[in-house]
Write a protein that binds this ligand. Structure first.
Ligand SMILES: [Zn+2]
Length: 458
Protein backbone atom coordinates (compact mmCIF):
# COMPACT_ATOMS: atom_id res chain seq x y z
CA UNK A 1 0.00 0.00 0.00
CA UNK A 2 2.85 2.33 0.93
CA UNK A 3 4.52 1.64 -2.40
CA UNK A 4 1.29 2.20 -4.22
CA UNK A 5 0.90 5.61 -2.58
CA UNK A 6 4.54 6.47 -3.24
CA UNK A 7 4.21 5.59 -6.91
CA UNK A 8 1.10 7.77 -7.09
CA UNK A 9 3.09 10.67 -5.67
CA UNK A 10 5.97 10.07 -8.07
CA UNK A 11 3.50 9.76 -10.91
CA UNK A 12 1.99 13.11 -10.02
CA UNK A 13 5.44 14.72 -9.95
CA UNK A 14 6.55 13.31 -13.30
CA UNK A 15 4.96 16.11 -15.26
CA UNK A 16 6.53 17.21 -18.49
CA UNK A 17 5.76 19.25 -21.52
CA UNK A 18 7.40 16.78 -23.85
CA UNK A 19 6.14 13.24 -23.32
CA UNK A 20 6.42 12.53 -19.58
CA UNK A 21 8.38 9.29 -19.96
CA UNK A 22 11.82 9.98 -21.43
CA UNK A 23 12.35 6.24 -22.02
CA UNK A 24 9.33 6.13 -24.37
CA UNK A 25 10.53 8.72 -26.89
CA UNK A 26 12.89 7.99 -29.80
CA UNK A 27 16.63 8.55 -29.44
CA UNK A 28 18.94 10.04 -32.05
CA UNK A 29 21.58 7.66 -33.34
CA UNK A 30 25.18 8.17 -32.21
CA UNK A 31 26.17 8.47 -35.86
CA UNK A 32 23.79 11.35 -36.35
CA UNK A 33 24.93 12.97 -33.19
CA UNK A 34 28.61 13.15 -34.03
CA UNK A 35 28.23 13.80 -37.73
CA UNK A 36 30.35 16.60 -39.13
CA UNK A 37 28.47 19.64 -40.29
CA UNK A 38 29.43 22.21 -42.89
CA UNK A 39 30.86 25.51 -41.69
CA UNK A 40 28.10 28.16 -41.71
CA UNK A 41 28.70 31.41 -43.57
CA UNK A 42 28.79 34.85 -42.02
CA UNK A 43 25.50 36.64 -42.66
CA UNK A 44 25.68 39.84 -44.69
CA UNK A 45 23.37 41.79 -42.47
CA UNK A 46 21.55 41.47 -39.20
CA UNK A 47 19.44 44.56 -39.83
CA UNK A 48 15.80 43.96 -40.66
CA UNK A 49 12.78 46.19 -41.18
CA UNK A 50 12.06 48.75 -38.50
CA UNK A 51 8.97 47.80 -36.51
CA UNK A 52 7.12 49.09 -33.45
CA UNK A 53 7.48 46.79 -30.47
CA UNK A 54 5.04 47.14 -27.58
CA UNK A 55 5.80 45.36 -24.29
CA UNK A 56 2.96 44.82 -21.83
CA UNK A 57 3.57 43.52 -18.33
CA UNK A 58 1.09 41.44 -16.36
CA UNK A 59 0.79 41.29 -12.57
CA UNK A 60 -1.50 39.62 -10.02
CA UNK A 61 -4.97 41.14 -9.92
CA UNK A 62 -5.04 41.00 -13.73
CA UNK A 63 -3.21 44.29 -14.10
CA UNK A 64 -1.84 44.96 -17.54
CA UNK A 65 0.46 47.87 -18.28
CA UNK A 66 2.46 49.06 -21.29
CA UNK A 67 6.03 49.05 -19.97
CA UNK A 68 8.04 49.66 -23.12
CA UNK A 69 7.59 50.96 -26.64
CA UNK A 70 10.59 50.74 -28.94
CA UNK A 71 11.45 50.92 -32.60
CA UNK A 72 13.40 47.80 -33.43
CA UNK A 73 15.11 46.52 -36.60
CA UNK A 74 13.78 42.98 -36.11
CA UNK A 75 11.02 43.07 -38.72
CA UNK A 76 10.66 40.88 -41.79
CA UNK A 77 8.30 41.06 -44.79
CA UNK A 78 6.28 38.37 -42.96
CA UNK A 79 5.81 40.55 -39.86
CA UNK A 80 4.34 43.30 -42.05
CA UNK A 81 2.16 40.98 -44.14
CA UNK A 82 0.56 38.99 -41.33
CA UNK A 83 -0.17 42.10 -39.28
CA UNK A 84 -2.98 42.84 -41.78
CA UNK A 85 -4.76 39.52 -41.24
CA UNK A 86 -7.19 38.31 -38.64
CA UNK A 87 -5.36 35.65 -36.63
CA UNK A 88 -7.70 32.81 -35.55
CA UNK A 89 -5.18 31.65 -32.93
CA UNK A 90 -3.50 32.94 -29.77
CA UNK A 91 -4.79 33.69 -26.26
CA UNK A 92 -3.35 37.24 -26.19
CA UNK A 93 -3.77 39.67 -29.04
CA UNK A 94 -2.30 43.10 -29.53
CA UNK A 95 -4.00 45.53 -31.94
CA UNK A 96 -3.30 48.97 -33.28
CA UNK A 97 -6.49 50.99 -33.81
CA UNK A 98 -6.83 54.10 -35.95
CA UNK A 99 -8.33 56.54 -33.42
CA UNK A 100 -10.86 58.34 -35.67
CA UNK A 101 -12.32 55.45 -37.62
CA UNK A 102 -11.69 52.87 -34.86
CA UNK A 103 -10.54 50.44 -37.55
CA UNK A 104 -7.86 47.90 -36.74
CA UNK A 105 -4.71 48.70 -38.70
CA UNK A 106 -2.45 45.94 -37.40
CA UNK A 107 -2.50 42.92 -35.11
CA UNK A 108 -0.15 40.43 -33.52
CA UNK A 109 -1.02 37.35 -31.49
CA UNK A 110 0.77 35.02 -29.08
CA UNK A 111 0.53 32.64 -26.13
CA UNK A 112 -1.49 29.51 -25.41
CA UNK A 113 -3.91 29.45 -22.51
CA UNK A 114 -4.39 31.02 -19.11
CA UNK A 115 -1.01 30.13 -17.56
CA UNK A 116 0.98 31.89 -20.25
CA UNK A 117 0.53 35.29 -18.57
CA UNK A 118 1.92 33.93 -15.30
CA UNK A 119 4.83 32.12 -16.89
CA UNK A 120 6.06 35.10 -18.95
CA UNK A 121 4.50 37.90 -16.85
CA UNK A 122 4.33 39.93 -20.00
CA UNK A 123 3.87 40.04 -23.75
CA UNK A 124 5.73 41.64 -26.58
CA UNK A 125 3.98 42.53 -29.83
CA UNK A 126 5.50 43.74 -33.10
CA UNK A 127 3.69 45.89 -35.66
CA UNK A 128 4.55 47.83 -38.80
CA UNK A 129 5.67 51.28 -37.68
CA UNK A 130 2.56 53.51 -37.81
CA UNK A 131 2.95 57.01 -39.25
CA UNK A 132 0.48 58.63 -36.85
CA UNK A 133 -0.58 58.17 -33.25
CA UNK A 134 -2.63 55.01 -32.71
CA UNK A 135 -4.52 53.31 -29.93
CA UNK A 136 -2.97 50.07 -28.68
CA UNK A 137 -5.39 47.45 -27.38
CA UNK A 138 -4.70 44.17 -25.62
CA UNK A 139 -7.28 41.42 -25.88
CA UNK A 140 -6.72 38.54 -23.48
CA UNK A 141 -8.30 35.19 -22.66
CA UNK A 142 -10.32 35.56 -19.47
CA UNK A 143 -8.67 33.07 -17.05
CA UNK A 144 -12.06 31.70 -15.91
CA UNK A 145 -14.49 31.99 -18.80
CA UNK A 146 -12.02 31.77 -21.66
CA UNK A 147 -13.74 34.70 -23.40
CA UNK A 148 -11.47 37.09 -25.28
CA UNK A 149 -11.77 40.49 -23.54
CA UNK A 150 -10.20 43.90 -24.03
CA UNK A 151 -8.05 44.42 -20.94
CA UNK A 152 -5.92 47.42 -21.90
CA UNK A 153 -6.18 50.43 -24.17
CA UNK A 154 -3.52 53.08 -24.52
CA UNK A 155 -2.48 55.79 -26.99
CA UNK A 156 0.91 55.36 -28.63
CA UNK A 157 2.61 58.15 -30.54
CA UNK A 158 5.39 56.71 -32.72
CA UNK A 159 6.75 60.24 -33.26
CA UNK A 160 8.12 60.42 -29.73
CA UNK A 161 9.81 57.00 -29.78
CA UNK A 162 13.52 57.17 -30.60
CA UNK A 163 14.70 55.35 -33.75
CA UNK A 164 16.08 51.86 -33.28
CA UNK A 165 19.58 51.46 -31.91
CA UNK A 166 21.47 49.55 -34.60
CA UNK A 167 24.75 48.92 -32.80
CA UNK A 168 25.46 45.26 -32.17
CA UNK A 169 26.75 44.26 -28.75
CA UNK A 170 30.35 42.99 -28.78
CA UNK A 171 30.35 39.23 -29.10
CA UNK A 172 27.19 38.98 -31.21
CA UNK A 173 27.63 36.92 -34.37
CA UNK A 174 25.00 35.98 -36.97
CA UNK A 175 25.60 33.27 -39.55
CA UNK A 176 23.51 32.06 -42.48
CA UNK A 177 22.83 28.32 -42.45
CA UNK A 178 20.51 27.72 -45.37
CA UNK A 179 18.51 29.87 -47.77
CA UNK A 180 14.81 29.36 -48.54
CA UNK A 181 14.14 27.65 -51.86
CA UNK A 182 10.61 29.01 -52.34
CA UNK A 183 9.04 32.39 -51.65
CA UNK A 184 7.73 34.13 -49.65
CA UNK A 185 10.56 33.57 -47.25
CA UNK A 186 10.10 32.98 -43.52
CA UNK A 187 13.10 33.64 -41.33
CA UNK A 188 13.95 31.02 -38.69
CA UNK A 189 16.70 31.98 -36.24
CA UNK A 190 18.46 29.55 -33.92
CA UNK A 191 19.69 31.44 -30.85
CA UNK A 192 22.43 30.28 -28.46
CA UNK A 193 21.24 30.18 -24.85
CA UNK A 194 23.46 29.01 -21.99
CA UNK A 195 26.46 28.58 -24.32
CA UNK A 196 29.59 29.99 -22.68
CA UNK A 197 32.06 31.84 -24.94
CA UNK A 198 34.23 28.70 -25.14
CA UNK A 199 31.29 26.73 -26.64
CA UNK A 200 30.80 28.90 -29.72
CA UNK A 201 32.06 26.34 -32.25
CA UNK A 202 29.82 23.73 -30.72
CA UNK A 203 26.84 26.06 -31.16
CA UNK A 204 27.40 26.40 -34.93
CA UNK A 205 27.40 22.60 -35.15
CA UNK A 206 24.26 22.31 -33.04
CA UNK A 207 22.47 24.90 -35.17
CA UNK A 208 23.32 22.98 -38.33
CA UNK A 209 22.18 19.77 -36.63
CA UNK A 210 18.82 21.42 -36.00
CA UNK A 211 18.43 22.40 -39.68
CA UNK A 212 19.30 18.84 -40.71
CA UNK A 213 16.78 17.37 -38.27
CA UNK A 214 14.00 19.53 -39.74
CA UNK A 215 14.99 18.74 -43.33
CA UNK A 216 15.28 14.99 -42.75
CA UNK A 217 11.88 14.91 -41.07
CA UNK A 218 10.30 16.77 -43.96
CA UNK A 219 9.20 19.59 -41.70
CA UNK A 220 6.08 21.35 -43.06
CA UNK A 221 6.97 24.61 -44.84
CA UNK A 222 10.70 23.83 -44.80
CA UNK A 223 11.32 25.05 -48.37
CA UNK A 224 10.01 28.51 -47.45
CA UNK A 225 12.30 28.84 -44.45
CA UNK A 226 15.70 30.53 -44.40
CA UNK A 227 17.80 29.50 -41.42
CA UNK A 228 20.22 31.63 -39.43
CA UNK A 229 22.22 31.06 -36.25
CA UNK A 230 22.68 33.86 -33.71
CA UNK A 231 25.45 33.54 -31.15
CA UNK A 232 26.00 35.67 -28.11
CA UNK A 233 27.93 34.22 -25.16
CA UNK A 234 26.07 33.49 -21.92
CA UNK A 235 27.81 34.05 -18.59
CA UNK A 236 25.74 31.31 -16.97
CA UNK A 237 24.78 27.88 -18.28
CA UNK A 238 21.20 26.69 -17.71
CA UNK A 239 22.07 24.33 -14.84
CA UNK A 240 19.51 22.34 -12.90
CA UNK A 241 15.96 23.32 -12.02
CA UNK A 242 15.87 24.99 -8.61
CA UNK A 243 13.50 27.23 -6.70
CA UNK A 244 15.52 30.44 -6.47
CA UNK A 245 12.93 32.38 -4.48
CA UNK A 246 11.02 35.59 -5.11
CA UNK A 247 11.26 38.13 -6.58
CA UNK A 248 12.24 36.22 -9.71
CA UNK A 249 15.98 36.53 -10.24
CA UNK A 250 17.04 37.69 -13.70
CA UNK A 251 19.06 34.89 -15.29
CA UNK A 252 22.50 36.06 -16.38
CA UNK A 253 22.47 34.35 -19.78
CA UNK A 254 21.95 35.72 -23.30
CA UNK A 255 18.15 35.44 -23.23
CA UNK A 256 17.59 35.01 -19.48
CA UNK A 257 15.59 31.78 -19.71
CA UNK A 258 15.10 29.51 -16.70
CA UNK A 259 12.78 26.89 -15.22
CA UNK A 260 9.64 28.82 -14.10
CA UNK A 261 9.77 27.89 -10.40
CA UNK A 262 7.72 31.07 -9.83
CA UNK A 263 4.65 29.34 -11.25
CA UNK A 264 4.40 25.92 -9.68
CA UNK A 265 1.98 24.24 -12.05
CA UNK A 266 3.51 20.86 -11.26
CA UNK A 267 5.73 20.47 -14.29
CA UNK A 268 7.77 23.64 -14.12
CA UNK A 269 11.14 21.87 -14.12
CA UNK A 270 10.69 20.43 -17.62
CA UNK A 271 10.12 23.76 -19.38
CA UNK A 272 11.95 27.10 -19.44
CA UNK A 273 10.51 30.62 -19.78
CA UNK A 274 11.95 34.15 -19.74
CA UNK A 275 12.91 35.46 -16.30
CA UNK A 276 12.40 38.91 -17.95
CA UNK A 277 10.25 38.87 -21.06
CA UNK A 278 11.63 42.22 -22.29
CA UNK A 279 15.21 40.94 -21.97
CA UNK A 280 14.23 37.86 -23.98
CA UNK A 281 12.66 40.01 -26.71
CA UNK A 282 15.60 42.45 -26.70
CA UNK A 283 17.91 39.46 -27.30
CA UNK A 284 16.00 37.77 -30.11
CA UNK A 285 15.33 41.20 -31.65
CA UNK A 286 19.06 41.66 -32.32
CA UNK A 287 18.39 39.96 -35.66
CA UNK A 288 15.28 40.00 -37.85
CA UNK A 289 13.09 37.00 -37.11
CA UNK A 290 9.82 35.27 -37.81
CA UNK A 291 10.36 32.09 -35.79
CA UNK A 292 12.77 32.12 -32.82
CA UNK A 293 14.13 28.67 -31.91
CA UNK A 294 16.31 28.64 -28.81
CA UNK A 295 19.07 26.05 -28.66
CA UNK A 296 20.21 25.48 -25.08
CA UNK A 297 23.61 24.01 -24.21
CA UNK A 298 22.21 21.33 -21.94
CA UNK A 299 21.79 17.55 -22.09
CA UNK A 300 18.83 16.90 -19.78
CA UNK A 301 15.34 15.88 -20.91
CA UNK A 302 12.97 18.84 -21.13
CA UNK A 303 11.57 21.10 -23.81
CA UNK A 304 9.21 24.01 -24.28
CA UNK A 305 7.11 25.46 -27.04
CA UNK A 306 4.42 28.11 -26.75
CA UNK A 307 2.44 29.85 -29.47
CA UNK A 308 4.56 32.47 -31.25
CA UNK A 309 6.63 33.08 -28.10
CA UNK A 310 9.38 30.51 -28.16
CA UNK A 311 10.64 27.04 -28.88
CA UNK A 312 13.55 25.94 -26.65
CA UNK A 313 15.26 22.55 -26.56
CA UNK A 314 18.43 21.04 -25.05
CA UNK A 315 20.88 20.32 -27.89
CA UNK A 316 22.80 17.68 -25.90
CA UNK A 317 19.75 15.49 -25.26
CA UNK A 318 19.70 12.10 -26.95
CA UNK A 319 16.05 12.84 -27.74
CA UNK A 320 16.93 16.12 -29.47
CA UNK A 321 15.06 15.41 -32.73
CA UNK A 322 11.84 14.37 -30.99
CA UNK A 323 12.02 17.37 -28.64
CA UNK A 324 12.67 19.80 -31.50
CA UNK A 325 9.71 18.57 -33.58
CA UNK A 326 7.30 18.30 -30.63
CA UNK A 327 8.14 21.74 -29.20
CA UNK A 328 8.05 23.54 -32.55
CA UNK A 329 4.61 21.97 -32.91
CA UNK A 330 3.59 23.89 -29.78
CA UNK A 331 5.04 27.10 -31.23
CA UNK A 332 2.52 26.71 -34.06
CA UNK A 333 -0.34 26.31 -31.56
CA UNK A 334 -0.60 22.52 -31.42
CA UNK A 335 -1.49 21.02 -28.06
CA UNK A 336 -0.51 17.73 -26.37
CA UNK A 337 -1.80 14.52 -27.89
CA UNK A 338 -0.95 12.48 -24.79
CA UNK A 339 -3.09 11.93 -21.69
CA UNK A 340 -0.65 11.37 -18.83
CA UNK A 341 1.76 13.58 -16.91
CA UNK A 342 -0.66 15.93 -15.12
CA UNK A 343 -1.94 19.25 -16.42
CA UNK A 344 -0.10 20.94 -19.26
CA UNK A 345 0.89 24.59 -19.02
CA UNK A 346 -0.90 24.88 -22.35
CA UNK A 347 -4.25 24.58 -20.52
CA UNK A 348 -6.99 26.99 -21.50
CA UNK A 349 -9.37 28.67 -19.06
CA UNK A 350 -11.42 25.98 -17.29
CA UNK A 351 -14.78 27.18 -18.66
CA UNK A 352 -13.65 27.64 -22.24
CA UNK A 353 -16.12 26.29 -24.77
CA UNK A 354 -13.61 25.04 -27.31
CA UNK A 355 -9.82 25.49 -27.25
CA UNK A 356 -8.35 27.06 -30.38
CA UNK A 357 -5.44 24.56 -30.60
CA UNK A 358 -5.76 22.93 -34.00
CA UNK A 359 -5.32 19.29 -32.88
CA UNK A 360 -7.65 18.96 -29.90
CA UNK A 361 -11.38 19.47 -29.53
CA UNK A 362 -13.88 19.35 -26.67
CA UNK A 363 -16.33 18.09 -29.27
CA UNK A 364 -19.20 20.30 -28.12
CA UNK A 365 -20.55 20.07 -31.66
CA UNK A 366 -19.41 16.91 -33.48
CA UNK A 367 -20.67 18.34 -36.79
CA UNK A 368 -18.21 21.22 -36.42
CA UNK A 369 -15.12 19.06 -35.98
CA UNK A 370 -12.12 21.29 -36.82
CA UNK A 371 -10.42 18.67 -38.94
CA UNK A 372 -13.54 17.15 -40.54
CA UNK A 373 -11.95 17.27 -44.02
CA UNK A 374 -9.65 14.46 -42.82
CA UNK A 375 -12.44 12.25 -41.48
CA UNK A 376 -14.49 9.83 -43.58
CA UNK A 377 -18.28 10.34 -43.28
CA UNK A 378 -18.63 6.72 -42.12
CA UNK A 379 -16.23 7.14 -39.16
CA UNK A 380 -18.15 7.35 -35.88
CA UNK A 381 -17.64 10.52 -33.80
CA UNK A 382 -16.45 10.21 -31.05
CA UNK A 383 -14.28 7.47 -32.48
CA UNK A 384 -13.68 4.18 -30.66
CA UNK A 385 -9.97 3.29 -30.27
CA UNK A 386 -10.53 0.12 -32.29
CA UNK A 387 -10.88 2.28 -35.44
CA UNK A 388 -7.23 3.30 -35.24
CA UNK A 389 -6.04 -0.18 -36.30
CA UNK A 390 -7.08 0.83 -39.82
CA UNK A 391 -5.44 4.26 -39.39
CA UNK A 392 -8.66 6.28 -39.65
CA UNK A 393 -8.60 9.84 -38.43
CA UNK A 394 -11.56 10.72 -36.24
CA UNK A 395 -12.05 12.21 -32.77
CA UNK A 396 -10.47 9.85 -30.25
CA UNK A 397 -10.84 10.54 -26.56
CA UNK A 398 -7.54 11.88 -25.21
CA UNK A 399 -4.83 14.49 -25.58
CA UNK A 400 -4.48 17.75 -23.55
CA UNK A 401 -2.41 15.85 -20.93
CA UNK A 402 -4.56 15.76 -17.76
CA UNK A 403 -5.84 19.30 -17.83
CA UNK A 404 -9.28 20.37 -16.66
CA UNK A 405 -11.95 19.71 -17.72
CA UNK A 406 -10.68 16.13 -17.62
CA UNK A 407 -11.84 13.49 -20.10
CA UNK A 408 -13.32 16.15 -22.35
CA UNK A 409 -10.56 16.42 -24.93
CA UNK A 410 -10.46 14.48 -28.19
CA UNK A 411 -7.60 14.17 -30.68
CA UNK A 412 -7.43 13.24 -34.38
CA UNK A 413 -5.54 9.94 -34.10
CA UNK A 414 -2.99 7.99 -32.15
CA UNK A 415 0.77 8.06 -32.64
CA UNK A 416 1.56 11.66 -33.58
CA UNK A 417 4.82 13.38 -32.60
CA UNK A 418 2.61 15.66 -30.48
CA UNK A 419 2.26 12.53 -28.32
CA UNK A 420 5.48 10.54 -27.86
CA UNK A 421 6.89 9.66 -31.26
CA UNK A 422 6.47 9.30 -34.99
CA UNK A 423 5.80 12.04 -37.52
CA UNK A 424 3.25 14.85 -37.37
CA UNK A 425 -0.18 13.38 -38.09
CA UNK A 426 -1.96 14.75 -41.18
CA UNK A 427 -3.97 17.19 -39.04
CA UNK A 428 -0.89 18.64 -37.29
CA UNK A 429 1.06 18.78 -40.56
CA UNK A 430 -1.80 20.67 -42.20
CA UNK A 431 -2.04 23.02 -39.18
CA UNK A 432 1.65 23.94 -39.42
CA UNK A 433 1.41 24.44 -43.19
CA UNK A 434 -1.55 26.77 -42.63
CA UNK A 435 0.36 28.74 -39.99
CA UNK A 436 3.36 29.15 -42.31
CA UNK A 437 0.99 30.40 -45.00
CA UNK A 438 -0.64 32.81 -42.55
CA UNK A 439 2.72 34.03 -41.24
CA UNK A 440 3.92 34.78 -44.74
CA UNK A 441 0.83 36.87 -45.44
CA UNK A 442 -1.22 34.41 -47.46
CA UNK A 443 -4.85 33.93 -46.67
CA UNK A 444 -5.67 30.53 -45.23
CA UNK A 445 -8.88 28.60 -44.86
CA UNK A 446 -8.69 29.39 -41.14
CA UNK A 447 -8.78 33.12 -41.82
CA UNK A 448 -11.03 33.46 -44.79
CA UNK A 449 -11.20 37.24 -44.90
CA UNK A 450 -8.32 39.60 -45.35
CA UNK A 451 -10.15 41.99 -43.11
CA UNK A 452 -9.31 43.04 -39.62
CA UNK A 453 -12.86 42.84 -38.37
CA UNK A 454 -11.58 41.07 -35.29
CA UNK A 455 -14.82 41.41 -33.37
CA UNK A 456 -16.08 38.28 -35.04
CA UNK A 457 -13.14 36.15 -34.06
CA UNK A 458 -14.26 32.77 -32.73
ZN1 LIG B 1 -1.14 15.35 -34.43
Amino acid sequence: MKWFLLSLVIGALCLANPYPKESAVPKDSALDYFRQYPEPKAAQSRIGIEVLRVDVSWSEGENYEVTKTVREMSGTPGVLARSKQNDPHGSYQGRLIEPFTQSVVAQDSLGTGMLFRKLTRGFSFRFPLPSEAVEFQLIAENPSSGEMETVLSQRIDPGIIAPADQTAPTGLEVRALQAATTQPEIRVNFYAEGYLASRKERFWQDAQKAVNALRENNFPGFAQMSFYAVFYPSKTALGNAKDLGLPVAERDSFLGLYFPYWENFGRWYHVIYPTRFSKYRDGIGLAPYDYPVILVDDSNYWGVGNFRELTAVPTGSWSFTYLLLHEIGHFFGLNEEYESGGATELSFAPEIEEPWSQNITFLRDPNELKWKQFVAPTTPIPTPTSQWSSGKYGAYKGGYAQSAPKNTSHKPGIGCVMASQGDFCAICRHAIEERVRFDSGKITSDSTENSLDLAHRR
